[in-house]
Design a protein around this ligand. Sequence first.
Ligand code: SAH
Length: 340
Amino acid sequence: MASNIRETLESMIRENGPVSIATFMGLVLPHYYGTRDPLGREGDFITAPEISQMFGEMIGVFLADAWIKMGGPSPVALTEAGPGRGTLMADILRATRHVPGFADAVRIHLIETSPSLRARQRDVLGGYDVTWHDDITSLPDMPVLFVGNEFLDALPIHQIQYAKGQWHERVIGLSVAGDLVYGLGLPVAPPMGVQGAAEGDIFEHAPARVDFTKALADHIRHHGGVAVLIDYGHDRSACGDTLQAVRDHKFVEVLSNIGDADLTSHVDFDALKRAIEDDVAVSGPVGQGAFLYRLGIGLRAEKLQQPDMLHRLASPDQMGELFRVMAFCGDRSIHLEGFA
Ligand code: SAH
């Protein structure tokens, strides 16, 4: 399988010339996610909900609190994008089952493109009525309680590179020897908000991430609701090459592991915030550690006797700082828990 996707990429380049990083990711990622379960010890990477149930419990507390502050709308679409193994959704549902009226109000909606992960989610959420979607456009016209953990980072980015006084699309092509190599494509307009670029600087922008977040904010503006997005990334747009390939829990060469490694990059929360802040009330981004502590993970970890899991999820040298949490809500008068 893996060699096929590499061959597909190579013949694409031979026929039409070098491809952008976004085209490359858009080709490889559906193949990668569609053909395996990439999560957990046996897979390529591990995520917060797979580390401990406490993560999903705190997200459940966050969403139920927001739902109560919104006046307890019913029905409400409890929606997750990129649900992986379904662990986070299962933990949210278990943690909220005693919130009066909540279980009756929620309709479960999952946005997931991978057939193999959909099957996994169906197993894990067996007792529940679930509706799957290919993308955000088919969500029902009702308020949403939305969560996406490590979802945005799976959507493609463009890289542009500064060379000889000009920004260019960064591309992947084939060398004379037939190897996949990076190169510079057509000149492009300079990125917003980046001054004083130096030779070789790389800037990343992600229309797919911005468009998804805008569509979600638009839904919330029209129908009400709240969204929380958790991902690794930065609060301020800045230059830097953050494209990474991860295989078997280690960083590997992007161009040497086509289709056999996860591809991710940091999320530019600044760009997302700019795109939606006129339409919805944005909270954060804040560090995952601070967010989880404000929701009570400290006490929960004591009760469950999971100090190691707490450390992994919330300590600054683990996932506590690099992972950022941003939320937004249609009602500017509501204070969302977890944010200062
Ligand atoms: N949220 C999970 C899994 C993160 S991995 C967790 O925290 O464990 C990324 C998830 O996003 C996978 O379920 C993958 O199949 C899904 N995904 C990737 N690209 C997608 C897209 N364009 N639309 C919907 N889901 C996508």
